[in-house]
Design a protein around this ligand. Structure first.
Ligand code: UDP
Ligand code: MG
Length: 310
């Protein structure tokens, strides 16, 4: 099998209603680049008709391939699975809910061709999502930019395209706690961005990434790309010592001046405060230990049930 020019990797999880539009729009957009492409939809353990729809779409679009995972592994793992399967000289990553418009792919390709850049990522100028979700995402990006020491542009996600050279570097990063936009920024090479506005989900359905999962992803990002959690512990500890010294001087001064000190309630409160802060910090340390443990277990990120690629 000859290697295609371009592979587009799309994770899908319970997206049955979007599959037909997704494949049609994607094929149409890619035809502007070349007829020589493959679309790899990674079915991340969907429980609805997603797989059936994908297989049906394969009859009209033979360049569509379907990688079925053995269960739901989460979309960062699904992307990684698809990237491993991708054969193309160039490889794109795109969400399957049409929030990343496939029509942007030709613009990304223009920046990559003739070896002009190695990585092109989508930069979201605005996003059509609930304000609560937007606010949280904005807050996360602000925090991440400040603490990650990565040259990551604000407001970038998975939507991107890269050449083989960059992909090889990207896939050589084998950590289990994966925040892909961070890893993509970490590899370096010549990167460029394309501005686009992030559409709402066309069917108005709820995102498949729950708040809980988004929060876990944000933690993955912060723990693997910054030392913020440790720094918070350290600085709080130092601040605590300063408070202790001031209070100590006050107590000592009062003793010398012969002023009687009463204050069982302040004593009780500060004991309670210190106790709970220590528990929180123990939790943060525990999180690090757990992450080290998980890396050590070295379990595969995903298992493949079947790859429909013929
Ligand atoms: N997705 C997935 N596995 C999951 C959750 C989501 O493959 O466990 C897919 C989903 O079908 C979509 C993409 O990943 O194509 C992004 O998910 P979503 O739209 O829920 O996330 P958000 O847009 O909020 O980042
Ligand atoms: Mg989405």
């Amino acid at each position: 099998m000859a290697t295609p020019l371009l592979s587009v990797v799309i994770p899908v999880y319970n997206e049955e209603d979007l599959i037909d539009t997704l494949v049609t729009r994607c094929s149409a957009a890619l035809s502007a680049i070349s007829a020589d492409f493959e679309i790899i939809c990674v079915d991340d353990g969907s429980r609805d008709q997603t797989l059936a729809r994908l297989l049906a779409a394969r009859t009209t679009e033979p360049r569509l391939k379907v990688l079925v995972l053995s269960r739901n592994f989460g979309h960062q793992a699904a992307y990684t699975a698809g990237l491993h399967a991708a054969q193309g000289e160039y490889v794109a990553m795109m969400d399957g809910d049409l929030q990343d418009p496939p029509e942007i792919l030709p613009r990304m390709w223009e920046l990559l061709r003739h070896d002009a850049h190695d990585v092109v990522y989508g930069h979201r100028t605005d996003r059509a999502e609930g304000w609560g979700r937007q606010l949280l995402i904005k807050g996360f990006h602000a925090l991440f930019q400040n603490f990650s020491k990565l040259q990551e542009a604000d407001n970038v996600g998975n939507f991107s395209m890269m050449n083989r050279r960059a992909l090889t570097a990207f896939l050589s990063l084998q950590e289990k706690n994966r925040y892909l936009p961070g890893l993509r920024s970490f590899i370096g090479f010549r990167q460029a961005s394309v501005a686009y506005s992030r559409a709402a989900r066309p069917d108005g359905s709820v995102p498949k990434m729950s708040y809980k999962r988004l929060f876990a992803l944000a933690l993955d990002a912060l723990f693997s790309f910054s030392d913020l959690p440790i720094k918070v512990c350290l600085y709080t500890g130092i601040f605590g010592i300063l408070v202790f010294m001031l209070a100590g001087m006050y107590v000592l001064g009062s003793k010398i001046m012969g002023v009687a000190l009463i204050g069982w309630s302040s004593l009780g409160l500060s004991l309670y405060f210190l106790g709970s802060i220590q528990l929180v910090f123990l939790g943060i340390m525990g999180e690090y230990v757990f992450r080290i443990y998980r890396e050590n277990q070295n379990r595969p990120l995903y298992f493949v049930q079947h790859y429909y690629n013929e």
